[in-house]
Design a protein around this ligand. Sequence first.
Ligand code: SF4
Ligand code: SF4
Length: 242
Amino acid sequence: MTVSQYFSGLFRGIKSLLIGMNVTLKELFTKKVTQQYPENRKTLVIPPRVRGNLTMPHDENNEHACTACSICQMNCPNGTISVKSEVIQTEDGKKKKILAEYTYNLGRCTFCNLCVLSCPSNAIVFSNEFENALFTKSKLTEKLNKEGSKLREKKKEPKPSVETGSVEKENAKNIKVPTKEEGTAIAPKTEVPVQKEDTVAIEKAEKETTNQRATDVALNEIKKEEQTSVEQKKTDESKEKE
Ligand code: SF4
Ligand code: SF4
């Protein structure tokens, strides 16, 4: 190794060291992104799209939106959901299918969200709750419909009341129908003038019809004359033979 090679290698090393130290110095003053979990559990902010646990929201009347159609169960790729239903008789004597038990096995869920997307009633959602660690595997299976809960009835559109109808009738009565004289005054009758072009066309059509009739009569007469001449010839020939 020559002296020049020794010094060029030394300077390359120092340059590399300074570049590394520059990166370290910059990171020293940038904003920290590391979360001190679980110490910061109270201030932890979870993004809204995090899929932690499947839930079935219930309202203050302990009602949910699940119709027990089992579409989510059919769409789940690994049998995580089990929907049990039962048929009841309503007050008006009709049979109705209701949800008996909605079971979700967290241990088998891949958080693909297919069940939520396929639900036609928006009855299930993923919550942000992600602390699902347990010591017993069987506890990962949970029932999502609460005890005593029932299906939320859809609000029916109110039909127009009798009173509303009567108001409309009243309005109809109040519409003033103009008398004959008033109507005439508003929209006077006007005779539609016959245009000159129309008259010419009618006359032309009449002329054509007359000409056609005359031609037909002439043709008939010619035919008759021909027939009589042929008959005359035949009679003359028969006389000559005699
Ligand atoms: S997220 Fe996917 S795997 Fe989990 S229950 Fe829904 S469909 Fe099944
Ligand atoms: S959660 Fe939705 S898709 Fe599943 S059974 Fe209930 S209504 Fe049907």
